[in-house]
Design a protein around this ligand. Structure first.
Ligand SMILES: NC(=O)c1ccc[n+]([C@@H]2O[C@H](COP(=O)([O-])OP(=O)(O)OC[C@H]3O[C@@H](n4cnc5c(N)ncnc54)[C@H](O)[C@@H]3O)[C@@H](O)[C@H]2O)c1
Length: 416
């Protein structure tokens, strides 16, 4: 269905960044029919990025930052429903909620997000073992951190390292166990990943690579984390961040195709008429390559939300936004533009020793991605350059005084 009619209604399952954005954008695109946003809980949808960063400082209580104020829902005439979807009938175009009530739709958007992977070892359910996803988790974690002396973090991904840096800044002893050979290996080039490993170690974090966890035991009043290397690490608090899985179970039960995410086309529509999927739960074709990707980021969620609103309004354009990400680990601000590949050629810009530099990643002579460390001006330029797929010859990149900002000004200048 590509033409919106005055009688159409939209139901959005999930009120995270993606779900809220599609509701918001539908109104700004002129959609006049009923919009119901299923929140699954009774509190206003809130921002998650601060949960693993700002909320873990000594003087920063975990106070929810709403994604939109309460007035937004009234002024935009959007129903924020506390209910959760239990089943979808795509033939009848009906969503049944867990309380047995039902909502009919013309357009349905899955914005169901992702769920934390569980730690697959004995002892993972002990009370001092924490995961981090919700505001409630952050509140529990902050309270536990207030008295913790020794912390073990399992997983050197974004959650694990953001938490490890925050705990270390509070003077806590921190050990990180990562079963892969590099931290943040899923998202970062080897050059950036190695720099982060060295930096966290020099800040006093005991980062153990190629070492997973086999069991967590109680020992006296605390815990002991047994590793795959046979070591035992004492802890009074364990935090694990071992990745997420897309929440696809509802879509699968409704007969939608999934494969590491709900499969959508370049306009974010599934193969079922009137049904779209966006954000962390959606597997979509990457612009340019057509390869399927699934991204877990605020930028992807909000840009998908805007695009899905346009698709519902009948516009048939391909989603082609350049991905970008950020992470704050103690005093290190990491910003990434584009998606790197292990085969990309890295070129370091600036001086890693002073903690401010970028890594340009070249693929067939084109700037494919840039990782910036405490270099926001590089990141701003990089987003434009990566979006434009500019050719960047090595002799230009390695010339003395080269700057991404100046290069962007030169190559992206619009003629008068
Ligand atoms: N800056 C950001 O973009 C940011 C920051 C925080 C959280 N998040 C969100 O939170 C999600 C979850 O973050 P995350 O850090 O859990 O995932 P992640 O995928 O970034 O990292 C998980 C890490 O855990 C390791 N691991 C997995 N199983 C393990 C095991 N049994 N023992 C030891 N190590 C193991 C993996 O090798 C990986 O390095 C992200 O996908 C993202 O959506 C994003």
């Amino acid at each position: 269905m590509n033409n919106v009619s005055a009688k159409d209604s939209v139901v959005i399952i999930g009120a995270g960044q993606a779900g809220l954005q599609v509701a918001d954008s539908l109104r700004s695109e002129g959609f006049a029919g009923p919009i119901t946003l299923l929140n699954g809980e009774a509190i206003l949808p809130y921002q998650r990025p601060p949960l693993s960063k700002d909320y873990l400082g000594i003087d920063s209580p975990a106070t929810a930052l709403p994604l939109r104020g309460p007035d937004f829902f009234t002024t935009q005439d959007i129903t924020l429903h506390p209910g959760a979807a239990a089943a979808v009938d795509t033939q009848a175009r009906r969503v049944t909620l867990t309380d047995g009530s039902a909502l009919d739709y013309t357009h349905l958007v899955f914005a169901t997000g992702a769920a934390n992977r569980q730690l697959p070892c004995p002892g993972a359910d002990l009370p001092a073992v924490h995961a981090l996803r919700t505001l409630f988790d952050a509140e529990r974690l902050q309270a536990a951190l207030a008295t913790a002396r020794k912390v073990v973090v399992i997983g050197a991904g974004f959650i694990g390292l953001e938490f490890a840096a925050a705990a270390r800044a509070r003077g806590v002893e921190v050990t990180v166990l990562e079963y892969a050979p590099r931290p943040m290996g899923r998202a970062l080039s080897a050059t950036a990943s190695d720099w982060f490993a060295a930096r966290h170690r020099s800040d006093g974090i005991d980062l153990r690579l190629n070492e997973g966890v086999t069991a967590i035991h109680t020992e006296g009043a605390g815990l002991s984390v047994e590793s795959t290397a046979g070591s035992h690490y004492p802890a009074d608090l364990v935090l694990y961040g071992v990745g997420v899985n897309a929440r696809t179970e509802l879509a699968e039960a409704a007969g939608l195709a999934t494969d590491n995410g709900i499969l959508v086309d370049s306009s974010l529509r599934t193969a079922v008429d009137g049904v779209l999927a966006i954000g962390d739960c959606a597997s979509f074709p990457q612009a340019g390559t057509g390869a399927r990707i699934r991204l877990e980021s605020v930028q992807n969620a909000t840009d998908h939300g805007r695009h899905a609103a346009r698709s519902i309004m009948g516009q048939n354009t391909d989603y082609a936004q350049t991905p970008w990400f950020w992470s704050t680990q103690g005093r290190i601000r990491l910003q990434i533009a584009g998606i790197s590949d292990p085969s990309d050629e890295p070129v370091v810009l600036g001086d890693p020793a002073n903690g401010k530099f970028s890594i340009a990643l070249l693929r067939d002579g084109v700037l494919a991605a840039v990782e910036s460390i405490n270099s926001p001006a590089d990141h701003v330029a990089a987003r434009k350059l990566v979006a434009a797929s500019v050719a960047l010859p090595m002799e230009v990149l390695s010339a003395p005084g080269f700057s991404l900002k100046n290069f962007a000004k030169t190559v992206l200048a619009v003629p008068a």
